[in-house]
Ligand binder design. Structure first.
Ligand code: SAH
Ligand code: SF4
Ligand code: F3S
Length: 444
């Protein structure tokens, strides 16, 4: 990193997170850390420090950070205004390290996802004009060094597992997040208590492979069972899971634990066994379907969601048709789908037979149309029924509130208060959201 002139320590900050829920969690914790140092949160335009918490999963996500840096750097060229201190955190920071400030000299701090507890020192170093780069994966857990959780609304994230040992051939996560680690039991329970004390009524347990969480002979279902004992906590969710780590105990938890919401995000990626093998996914389409059958036997109303990649190298029309067949067989409540993006350093990036962009576009459109159809059907099936909704925030219209159904659908209401868990009747179902009747609004 290039030496720079000294500058005052920032007094205000803004965190912008890209990417997955784990990045959102990290963003929240970095914000809490900076607040504990006496800094105050501000809008990006006014902040002395802007922290870009980046994602490296696909090229488009990774490149976005450079246009943001360009915009922020421009602020320094406007009359009477200083450029904010710019920090790059998250998975691009981990993957590109010092390369970032070579390519974008306006960047003052680079900090990886396992080193962000050291942000205060890095900011201080950047303020003296020194080098401020830290992409270590220290043995001492960052979690021990972070301040206690603060209030963040009714629905909170809690990272319990990090990293990935699966090495799917297209994916950067094992490189950007490191090896799989499970946070210790006590640390998780303490953080959950702090979140509930701070007003959380729902906790989503997070991990790149959250269902691989294991500690002292316990599994994720034990964590869920323990959290379910907290009276003020109404709902528990978890994501993202890997099909190979879907233990019997976790499937049974969907049957036995009422507070565990009936929703499962379980990415399958492709319906072609040939492609799944090339992806190093270690499951096939049939084993995935059997797994879904077992989960549905435990919890018949469960909403199934997933992730799909179209255009993996070598994917033929026939392979893609198998993906469509698998999607038809599953019946989704929701699903993400992406065009394959070659990532530097991953085995798939150098595979022959990269699929042309136009063909990927066409496949993505067909897949997304099918998923949208399934999602709309899933939403319509709730019409006329009543369900519990956790109100999370204000809607766009005056008086309107927005909450989530047990199946993670957005529900618009014209009443209620943020943090309320209410029983509502679904009176309208759209492709992307539901409308609940305020008439039978009652605290559940
Ligand atoms: N650990 C999770 C999710 C990791 S990333 C899992 O294995 O399911 C989230 C999603 O991004 C993946 O499920 C995959 O669908 C997608 N993804 C990952 N790498 C990608 C790439 N190189 N190109 C396109 N999509 C990708
Ligand atoms: Fe990436 Fe595969 Fe690990 Fe998921 S399981 S994070 S897709 S390597
Ligand atoms: Fe992106 Fe890193 Fe999450 S690459 S998806 S922010 S783990």
């Amino acid at each position: 990193m290039i030496a720079k002139p000294a500058r005052p320590l920032p007094k205000s900050f803004h965190v912008k997170s890209f990417g997955c829920q784990m990045n959102a969690y990290d963003g929240a914790r970095m914000g809490e850390l900076l607040e504990s140092q006496g800094m105050v949160a501000a809008e990006a335009d006014d902040a002395d420090l802007v922290l870009l918490n980046t994602c490296h999963i696909r090229e488009r996500a990774a490149e976005k950070v450079y246009s943001d840096i360009g915009r922020l750097a421009k602020r320094g060229r406007e009359a009477g205004r200083d450029k904010p201190m710019i920090a790059v955190a998250g998975c691009v920071a981990q993957a590109e390290g010092a390369e970032i400030s070579r390519r974008a000299p306006a960047v003052d701090v680079v900090v990886g996802p396992q080193a962000y507890h050291r942000l205060p020192e890095l900011i201080a170093r950047a303020a003296t004009g020194g080098e401020a780069l830290d992409t270590d994966m220290p043995a001492v857990s960052k979690f021990d060094a972070l301040p206690k959780r603060r209030r963040q609304g009714p629905s909170a994230f809690l990272t319990v597992q990090e990293g990935c040992d699966k090495f799917c051939t297209y994916c950067v996560v094992p490189y950007t997040r490191g090896a799989e680690i499970s946070r210790p039991w006590g640390q998780i329970i303490d953080e959950a208590k702090a979140l509930v004390d701070a007003g959380a009524r729902e906790i989503t347990l997070l991990g790149q492979n959250v269902n691989a969480w294991a500690h002292d002979g316990r599994g994720l279902h034990d964590v869920i069972e323990e959290l379910a004992k907290m009276p003020a906590l109404a709902r528990i969710r978890y994501m993202t899971s890997h099909p190979n780590d879907m233990a019997d105990g976790l499937i049974a938890a969907h049957r036995d634990i009422e507070k565990l919401m009936p929703f499962l995000h379980l990415p399958v990626q492709s319906g072609s066994d040939r492609i799944l093998k090339a992806m190093n996914r270690s499951h096939n389409a049939a084993s995935y379907l059997r797994l879904i059958d077992r989960v549905r036997a435990a919890r018949p109303d469960i909403g199934v969601s997933g992730d799909f990649i179209v255009g993996f190298p070598g994917e033929s029309d026939a392979d893609f048709e198998e993906t469509l067949s698998l999607v038809r067989a599953i019946g989704h409540a929701f699903a993400f789908s992406f065009k394959y993006s070659p990532r530097p350093g991953t085995p798939a990036a150098s595979m022959a037979e990269q699929v042309p962009a136009a063909l990927m576009d066409e496949r993505l459109q067909r897949l997304q149309a099918l998923i949208a159809e399934q999602q709309y059907a899933f939403n319509r099936a709730t019409l006329g029924k009543s369900c519990a909704v956790l109100i999370e925030r204000d809607g766009k219209l005056p008086g309107q509130k927005l909450g989530k159904s047990p199946w993670l659908q957005s529900v618009l209401l014209d009443g209620g208060a943020i943090g309320d868990l209410v029983e509502v009747e679904i009176i309208q179902a759209g492709p992307n959201s539901l409308q609940g009747s305020a008439k039978i609004l009652a605290a559940a």
